[in-house]
Design a protein around this ligand. Structure first.
Ligand SMILES: [Ca+2]
Ligand SMILES: [Ca+2]
Ligand SMILES: [Ca+2]
Length: 214
């Protein structure tokens, strides 16, 4: 799993031209001393598929450079808040808003994960505690949609039913017949809300569930 994840990020970073990789060494390009967030975001979205199909990375498994891990950490800290480690996953809240649930899912996928899926009450409690102790927008997008059948909530990734639905009062209301995605509201006693999947106006962050190595 570790190598898979490192491979994904190595390809990610190479594609982004954030760093140059020479003989298993990793350095920041001198003409790009700092990471450009907009550049990073745009490029990241263009290369979210087939991130693992790079055999030379697999062949270099014994030469995993420490420098690469530093670059990975730099990108992670740029895009995401400090993670929660829980069971076999880590959870991260984005430092930037999502414009659509699809976009948010692409970011999570690019880092080997998916929108945070609440599978049971223990995981939900851990996520709520993370939210209480981590800077974020008023609402944070998590996995879940009722776009296929109003009122029937499924995970986007697997199609499985969302097992934990902890609605805020008067929710879900499918406001203006346009609320088919799922969030947790921080100021409303940390309950759930249905909200538009198009998040462009809201400016809300999202949460990914990633492999533990991140
Ligand atoms: Ca989960
Ligand atoms: Ca709905
Ligand atoms: Ca709502």
């Amino acid at each position: 799993m570790y190598l898979t994840c490192v491979s994904r990020l190595l390809v990610l970073l190479t594609t982004l031209q954030v760093n140059c990789i020479v003989h298993s060494d990793v350095q920041f390009k001198s003409d790009r001393p700092t990471l450009d967030l907009d550049f990073l975001k745009g490029a990241l979205l263009e290369q979210h598929k087939e991130l693992c199909n790079y055999e030379w990375i697999a062949s270099g498994r014994d030469e995993r450079p420490k420098a690469l891990e530093k670059v990975i950490d730099a990108v992670k800290s740029l895009l995401f808040q400090h993670p929660l480690i829980y069971r076999n996953s880590s959870y991260v809240i984005s430092k930037f808003p999502f414009h659509s649930s699809e976009e948010a899912m692409k970011y999570c996928k690019a880092f080997g994960g998916y929108l945070a899926e609440v599978n049971d009450n223990n995981e939900y409690a851990a996520i709520l505690n993370y939210l209480k102790n981590t800077p974020s927008s008023e609402e944070v997008l998590i996995a879940g949609t009722d776009s296929r059948k109003e009122g029937t909530w499924k995970f986007q990734r697997t199609g499985a039913s969302v097992p934990v639905l902890d609605w805020n009062i008067n929710q879900p209301d499918d406001w203006k017949n346009n609320e088919d995605c799922l969030s947790i509201i921080k100021s409303q006693y940390y309950k759930m809300n249905d909200l538009p999947c198009d998040g462009s106006a809201a400016g809300y962050n999202f949460m990914c569930e990633l492999p533990k190595v991140y």
